[in-house]
Design a protein around this ligand. Structure first.
Ligand SMILES: Nc1ncnc2c1ncn2[C@@H]1O[C@H](COP(=O)(O)OP(=O)(O)O)[C@@H](O)[C@H]1O
Ligand SMILES: [Mg+2]
Length: 293
């Protein structure tokens, strides 16, 4: 799809009235990783905001059920979340934070009472999704860190899994382990990769290619490459400010490129990257790495 055609196509979504959805049923995306501190919350928040800016009705569900950060990052009060909904009987609409097409369902933040409750939180979240999937274009899950059954169930349940990986070895091996379990236990063959905190183009190409090759060769699974986000030196506040408030910043541009790539490849009518001949997996990975820089 040409630059111009893509822009027109994306702009056409902005005219759809707030309240209506473009898709009949929401597409679900789970931001996951295994490891904490890699950027899942930042990335899921930014992705949700960018999709909603383009006119897609987007619900972000914070699944970090007792260490929720999404509301904190947005500077919102912490009094409403999906457990107040479960415990006090508040309605979904009452606990939702709404900002145009962007809706957020926060989770708890250090609630001691939660330790005494035995929630099946994977079921709570899949129930929320199935009840509201006709009201949204995208439902995005911000996963908690760690490898546990509810997190795996939710990842496998979603249409897309975005693995947020940083260049350190533990992040790469944790994500590989998660991809392996998803493949062997849940039959998940396809995931997406977002490399965060990247220091150089060379580092990006090397890591993305080696992870995609390894997943391809040893697991016979596909890792679709979304792109990379540069490491922002300086204080955490500066990163958060650039992430959410500075349009045209390096961080903003890298996320915008990924949203464009994802929407074009997965929901565009004219899928620009579909090859005219089948590619060998090594060739395809090389091509994807180059087109994602
Ligand atoms: N590209 C980046 N450059 C610099 N700091 C980042 C970047 N991405 C995330 N961070 C910071 O890393 C920390 C962890 O990010 P967060 O999104 O909370 O990760 P997770 O949800 O995976 O635990 C936060 O302090 C965040 O501001
Ligand atoms: Mg988080």
């Amino acid at each position: 799809m040409s630059e111009e055609k893509t822009r027109d196509w994306l702009l056409s979504f902005q005219s759809h009235e707030s309240g209506n959805t473009y898709f009949q049923k929401a597409k679900t995306i789970c931001f996951t990783s295994g490891k904490g501190g890699v950027g899942k919350t930042s990335a899921s928040l930014k992705f949700s905001k960018l999709l909603s800016d383009q006119g897609f009705k987007t619900l972000l569900i914070d699944c970090d059920y007792n260490l929720s950060n999404t509301a904190v990052k947005l500077g919102l009060p912490l009094d409403n979340n999906f457990f107040t909904m479960a415990i006090t009987g508040k309605s979904f609409d009452e606990v939702l934070h709404k900002d145009g097409n962007f809706h957020l369902l926060p989770a708890c933040n250090g609630s001691y009472e939660l330790f005494d409750q035995s929630f099946d939180w994977a079921k709570i979240i899949t129930d929320i999704i199935s009840t509201h999937e006709q009201d949204y274009d995208f439902i995005i899950l911000d996963s908690a860190a760690g490898l546990n059954k509810p997190a795996l169930t939710l990842s496998a349940y979603c249409d897309y899994r975005f693995f947020v990986v940083t260049p350190d070895k533990s992040s790469i091996t944790d994500s590989y382990s998660l991809i392996k379990i998803l493949k062997n236990r849940y039959g998940v063959n396809e995931n997406h990769l977002l490399l965060n905190k990247v220091s150089s183009k060379k580092q990006y190409c090397r890591l993305v290619k080696s992870l995609a090759d390894t997943v391809d060769q040893f697991l016979s699974a596909r890792l679709n490459i979304l792109g990379g986000v540069p490491l922002k030196e300086g204080s955490v506040d500066e990163f958060d400010k650039e992430l959410l408030n500075i349009a045209g910043s390096k961080i903003d541009i890298s996320f915008s490129k990924m949203v464009k790539k994802f929407t074009e490849e997965n929901i565009g009518t004219d899928v620009s990257l579909s090859a005219s001949r089948p590619l060998f997996s090594g060739e395809r990975i090389e091509q994807e790495v180059q087109s994602s820089i």
